[in-house]
Design a protein around this ligand. Structure first.
Ligand SMILES: [Zn+2]
Ligand SMILES: [Zn+2]
Ligand SMILES: [Zn+2]
Length: 119
């Protein structure tokens, strides 16, 4: 049984910059997996046109190959790495950054990425 959804729209008024980055990063990770699956099955790869998605995929690609973790010149490399590390390891139910994002996901939230900006 699929639980009923209680969609919450997340936009700039309800999120801070780090939360927006987490939302977009987790989307980009799933989006990348979907594209890889489609390519593997020789299916038509549906292009995602959400803002920042392509950019974040590039950052994710960079991070997975980056060996210069302490002195990397790439602007997004270190900050994104630390956000991802926190997000993956954070188990604090009181965390003011992750908890609202987790709850939004649990509620099948419509993450209104198209309205998010990363500045
Ligand atoms: Zn996407
Ligand atoms: Zn790097
Ligand atoms: Zn956290």
């Amino acid at each position: 049984m699929v639980p009923p959804c209680a969609p919450t729209v997340y936009d700039e008024r309800t999120t801070n910059l780090i939360q927006r980055q987490i939302i977009i990063l987790t989307h980009a990770q799933l989006c990348k997996q979907r594209e890889q699956q489609q390519a593997l099955r020789s299916m038509h790869v549906t292009q995602c046109n959400l803002p920042y998605c392509r950019e974040m995929k590039n950052v994710l690609n960079h991070i997975s190959t980056c060996r210069n973790t302490t002195h990397c010149e790439e602007t997004h490399c270190k900050p994104t790495r630390s956000i991802l590390r926190h997000w993956r390891n954070c188990t604090d139910r009181q965390c003011t950054i992750c908890e609202p994002v987790r709850q939004a996901r649990d509620n099948c939230a419509i993450l209104n990425i198209s309205k998010l900006s990363l500045s």
